[in-house]
Design a protein. Sequence first.
Length: 189
Amino acid sequence: MAFPTINPNIGLSVQVGGTGAAGLDLRVDPYLSCNFRVEIEGLLVGGFSNCSGLQVEVETHEYREGGNNDYVHRFAGRTNYPPLVFKHGLSPIDGLWDWHQDTVNRRVKRRNGTIYLLNQQRAPLIWWDFIDGLPLKWSGPEFRADSGAIAFESLEIVHRGLSRPRLATAIKGIASEVRASLNLGGSFF
């Protein structure tokens, strides 16, 4: 059985097969942010080239206690979730446009979705679920006669919260990936 350790200087290290010359010490680097997939409940949307807004903010309320000049009390308040922004090359797939147009025409349908971080084999490792997403802003491409760039569209989605699996689940996924890439049998956990 191997136990992963986290070194802040090099990332996650997993020792396989004991210690000494017979053991194998592996370094697992952080994953690339370019390898991701987005699924939105019931929509065919194609691939995305950019996803931003994965953020959770907790407001704070300050209280200055009389006679105490060393610090200010800070109390947790409301949780805010900024909009998610998805960008992709314009294509004949109209799922995002139709969803946004339904919202414009007051046929509101909130949808759940998932943003997956993938490994090199395109299998999900970590993911973030958003709930009750609603498209509020669609932006079309910028046209320039002097450029041969791809035409991009973007969609801003407000939502009611993000969730993701616990770190223990993610570490099991990492251990499974290491085991599979080295063709090792058994289980780390």
